[in-house]
Design a protein around this ligand. Structure first.
Ligand code: J2J
Length: 551
C-alpha cells in the first residue's frame, strides 16, 4: 500500500539491524503497561476516565464491531474526533484490524473532508455527532454524497456504545476468530496524517508502525518519560506534536496517564494542570503567549504549575522574548520542539544552557537523523550558514501517499525530504530555524497553504487575481492577508470583497473557517517583472517584500 513511498531495502535492513525498527505494532503500544499496571488510569477526558485494562477491553470490542461493520485490512477511514477517549480507542481499534485511520482536524469542513477522502480513497467517516461547530452527522452525509468510495458513517456516539456495551458476540469470537484475515505487517502504513500543506490539495503522510514507534520510543528516551508522568493534551491530539513528541502515545508507551481536554481557556487549563498533576504539556507559541499573559494576572499560576517538568513549545517560531517569559514562569521546564508530521523532530534539553533553550530549536533526536543545509541548487552551504533544510532518517517519510507529482517536488532523488524550512546549524550542533521557503501561513496552531486559499478565491466571480501572504500577528504568530485584484468592470460592487462577504463565500463552499483571510486588501494590479510572466511563488515573495518596505 505504501507504493512510491517505501524506504529502499538496504536502508530498511540497516534500520532493523540497528534496532530502530523493531517489528512491533502501533496498536499494541499500551499492552506492556496494561500487563504491568492494569488498574492504573490510562486516559482521562472531560467526561470519563479509563484504566489500562479498560482501554484494551474497549479497543477489543471496537475492533470487533468495526470488523462486523465490514471494515477490513488496508481500508482507509477518515477519523475526525475531538480530544476524547474515543479518539484513542477508535484509532487503536482500526489499526488492530489493519484499517488505516486518516486523522483530520475538527475544524475541517465539507471541502477538506471530501478532498482528503478522495485522496485516501476512504471507505468510511468517523465523526463527532455532538460537535458545537455544527452537525457532524450532516457534515458526514454531505461528504458521503460527494465521494463515491465512502460507504459508511460512524458517529462518536456509536463508538462510545460499541466500546462500552458488552459484545453481543462472546468476546474475542469475532475478528480474532478469522484466522484467514491477513493484516499488513509492521513495516506497512499504520495511519495517514495531514501535511501542513503548500499546495491546493491536501497531501497525506503515510507513517508505518515501525517508523512511528521508533519516533515515539526515541522521544520518550530524550524526554525521559516514566510511568509517573501525566501528559496533558490541550492541543488537538490529532496533531503530530501532541500525538508523538512524545505525545499521548509516548505516555501510553511509558505507562503514564494521558489527560485529554477540549477546553483551551487558560483559567480552566491551569486548574486542570494542578488537579491532574500534569507533568508534560505541549503548546504552540500563540497558546504559550496567552498563558504567559494570563499567568501575569494570576498570582497563583506559578503554584498551579508545580507538577510541570516539561512545558514543550513547538509548531512555529518561538520568539526569544516569549521563551524568556516562559522560562521565568516555569524555570527548568521549557523545551523547544521543532518537528514535522513528515518526520524529523528536534528537542532542546531543559538542562541546556539558557542561550540554547531561548535561541535554538534543539538537536535532531536520533543519531540516525541525516540533515543537510543546502542552497537553491541543492549544494551544501558553508558550515554555519543558513539554507534549505533537508532531512532523512528512520522516521522521516520517503514520499506522500498517492501523490507522485508532489513527491517529485518534495523529495530529493536520494530520499531527503525538503522541509521547506530555512535553518542553520550552530557550532554547538543545535539547529536554528530562520524562516521558511514554503508558502504557508503559521496561524495560531495551524498551517494554511497560501495556494489553497488562492485557488478558492480565484473562483470568486469578483476576483481577477489574488495572492495570499502571511504577516506578523501578536497573538496568532501570523495572520493571512489576501491581496486581491478585483474584477475590473466599472459597475462592479466591491462590497462583495469585504472580509465578511469572503467569509460567507468560503463557508458556503464548505471551507474550514480558519482559512478565511484575516484581512482583505484590494490592489489595482500586481507587480510584474521585466520578463513578463512570473511564478505564483515569485509573486508572493514580491508582494511580501513590497508590503514590508511600505511599512
Ligand atoms: C519553528 N518552526 C516550527 C519550531 C514546527 C513536534 C513539533 C511540531 C510539529 C509540527 C511536529 C517549529 N520553530 N519549533 O509534527 O512532532 C514548523 C516548520 C515545520 C512545520 C511542521 C512535532 N516546529 N515548525 O509543527 O507538520 O515549518 O508539525 O516544517 O504541523 O512547522 O508542521 P507540522
Amino acid at each position: 500500500m505504501a507504493e512510491g513511498c517505501e524506504w529502499p531495502t538496504d536502508v530498511v535492513e540497516s534500520y532493523r539491524r540497528n534496532g530502530y525498527w523493531t517489528g512491533e505494532r502501533l496498536d499494541r503500544i499500551a499492552d506492556a503497561a496494561a500487563a504491568r499496571t492494569p488498574e492504573k488510569l490510562a486516559v482521562i477526558d472531560d467526561h470519563d476516565q479509563i484504566t489500562y485494562a479498560e482501554l484494551l477491553q474497549r479497543v477489543d470490542r471496537l475492533a470487533a464491531s468495526f470488523s462486523r461493520r465490514g471494515l477490513a485490512d488496508r481500508d482507509r477511514v477518515i477519523l475526525q474526533l475531538p480530544n476524547r477517549i474515543e479518539l484513542i480507542t477508535a484509532a487503536t481499534a482500526l489499526m488492530r484490524i489493519g484499517v488505516v485511520p486518516v486523522y483530520c482536524l475538527g475544524s475541517s469542513r465539507r471541502r477538506e473532508l471530501a478532498a482528503i477522502s478522495h485522496r485516501a480513497l476512504a471507505v468510511a467517516l468517523i465523526v463527532d455527532a455532538t460537535s458545537e461547530d455544527g452537525d457532524g452527522a450532516q457534515l458526514a452525509a454531505d461528504v458521503v454524497a460527494e465521494v463515491d468510495s465512502l460507504k459508511d458513517v460512524i458517529t462518536s456516539e456509536e463508538i462510545r456504545s460499541a466500546s462500552t456495551i458488552p459484545d453481543p458476540v462472546p468476546s474475542g469470537s469475532s475478528f480474532q476468530s478469522r484466522p484467514t484475515q491477513q493484516i499488513a505487517g509492521p513495516d506497512d502504513v499504520a495511519f495517514l496524517q495531514l501535511s501542513g500543506g503548500t499546495t491546493g490539495t491536501p497531501k497525506l503522510i503515510p507513517r508505518t508502525h515501525d517508523d512511528y514507534l521508533y519516533s515515539v520510543r526515541r522521544s520518550n528516551e530524550v524526554c525521559g518519560l516514566v510511568q509517573d508522568d501525566v501528559f496533558l493534551a490541550v492541543l488537538p491530539a490529532v496533531h503530530n506534536f501532541p500525538m508523538s513528541s512524545p505525545g499521548f502515545l509516548g505516555a501510553l508507551m511509558a505507562g503514564g496517564t494521558v489527560v485529554l481536554t477540549e477546553s483551551q481557556h487558560p483559567a480552566q487549563v491551569f486548574d486542570l494542570i494542578a488537579r491532574c498533576g500534569a507533568s508534560i504539556v505541549p503548546l504552540v507559541p500563540p497558546m504559550a503567549h496567552v498563558w504567559a499573559n494570563f499567568a501575569d494576572m494570576d498570582p497563583a499560576a506559578a503554584s498551579k504549575f508545580s507538577s510541570l517538568r516539561l512545558l514543550q513549545v513547538g509548531g512555529a517560531k518561538l520568539v526569544p522574548e516569549l521563551a524568556r517569559r516562559l522560562v521565568n514562569l516555569v524555570p527548568g521546564a521549557v523545551q523547544q520542539v521543532f518537528g514535522m508530521a513528515e518526520g524529523l523532530v528536534c528537542y532542546t534539553d531543559p538542562d541546556d544552557d539558557i542561550d540554547i533553550i531561548i535561541n535554538t530549536q534543539g538537536r535532531p533526536m536520533s543519531p540516525a537523523d541525516e540533515i543537510r543545509i543546502v542552497d537553491h541548487h541543492d549544494q551544501p552551504v558553508p558550515e554555519g550558514d543558513s539554507g534549505h533544510l533537508l532531512a532523512r532518517g528512520p522516521y522521516t517519510i520517503r514520499g506522500y501517499f498517492n501523490a507522485p507529482d508532489a513527491n517529485h517536488r518534495s523529495f530529493t532523488d536520494d530520499g531527503f525530504y525538503r522541509t521547506g524550512d530555512i535553518a542553520r546549524i550552530r557550532a554547538d550542533g543545535t539547529l536554528v530555524v530562520e524562516g521558511r521557503s514554503k508558502d504557508q501561513i503559521h496561524r495560531g496552531g495551524e498551517k494554511i497553504s497560501a495556494e489553497e486559499v488562492e485557488d478558492i478565491l480565484l473562483a470568486h466571480p469578483s476576483v481577477d487575481d489574488v495572492v495570499v501572504v502571511a504577516e506578523p500577528d501578536e497573538f496568532l504568530g501570523e495572520r493571512s492577508v489576501a491581496v486581491i485584484v478585483a474584477h475590473n468592470e466599472p459597475q462592479h460592487d466591491e462590497s462583495a470583497l469585504r472580509r465578511a462577504s469572503i467569509a460567507e463565500y468560503m463557508r458556503n463552499r464548505g471551507v474550514d473557517a480558519m482559512k478565511v483571510p484575516d484581512r482583505v486588501d484590494l490592489t489595482d494590479s500586481f507587480p510584474v517583472t521585466g520578463v513578463g510572466k512570473i511564478s505564483r511563488a515569485q509573486l508572493r515573495t514580491l508582494i511580501r517584500e513590497q508590503r514590508s518596505t511600505a511599512k
